[in-house]
Design a protein. Structure first.
Ligand code: SAM
Length: 213
């Protein structure tokens, strides 16, 4: 999701209390912001934040962090928080490549990846958020036996992601090629914006749940 550049979005985000700031000294800031010991779950590439906002609303005993690279998209999530603030949700504008600079080792309980950009060219495989390079970063920040949940309608990306899980030695807990037809895995499912859009077009949704090795 890459909205056209929204003039003023960078300045708006810089002034927002719903965003963790300080590019250079972010480690430890998230726990400081929440000021409690509740588990932390993150969504990487949250887009406008529909999924993580609803997750936070339904789960007040979990802290949520939404991570998004582009200001123009993050802006929408901030505006939603301004309308109806939630104490257990915060955002960071960043490239997930730097994720180990932000979170301490073992700090994160669970990571959500929803409808990640597919980067279809082979030479860009390592930019995919499900690549073994990213799994390595996630392994660092996740607690022991922590989980990743990934959803996409893109079958090629899902095939790639399954190969990467095996190559990186993660444990497959569950997967489906048609989430909305899978009663067990779909229980309590919160739709993302892309999920609503693509499933309305008739695309089946793939999902895996994997556990840190
Ligand atoms: N998760 C949302 C959903 O399911 O509706 C948005 C999906 S959209 C296709 C992918 C989002 O991931 C975009 O907003 C994009 O800017 C963000 N993104 C892609 N690569 C990223 C990265 N390396 N770090 C942070 N965000 C990233």
């Amino acid at each position: 999701m890459r909205l056209k550049n929204v003039p003023g979005s960078k300045e708006y985000i810089a002034a927002s209390n719903f965003v963790i700031h300080d590019e250079t000294e972010r480690k430890g800031k998230v726990r400081e912001y929440f000021a409690n010991d509740k588990p932390i779950q993150i969504e990487i590439g949250m887009g406008k934040g529909q999924f993580i906002y609803e997750m936070a609303r339904q789960n007040p005993d979990i802290n949520f962090v939404g991570i998004e690279k582009y200001s123009s998209v993050l802006l929408r999530a901030i505006q939603k928080m301004e309308e109806e603030p939630l104490p257990n949700l915060i955002f960071i504008r960043m490239d997930a490549e730097d994720i180990t600079d932000v979170f301490d080792a073992g700090e994160i309980d669970k990571i959500y990846l929803n409808f990640s950009d597919p980067w279809p060219k082979d030479r860009h495989a390592k930019r995919r958020l499900e690549s073994r390079q990213f799994l390595k970063r996630y392994e660092t920040i996740l607690k022991d036996a922590g989980f990743i949940e990934f959803k996409t309608d893109n079958n090629d990306l899902f095939d790639f992601a399954l190969e990467e899980v095996e190559a990186a030695g993660w444990k497959m807990i569950a997967f489906t090629r048609d989430l909305h037809a899978d009663k067990k895995l779909c229980e309590g499912n919160i739709m993302t914006e892309y999920e609503a859009k693509f499933s309305a077009m008739g695309n089946p949704i793939n999902k895996y749940i994997i556990q840190k090795p």
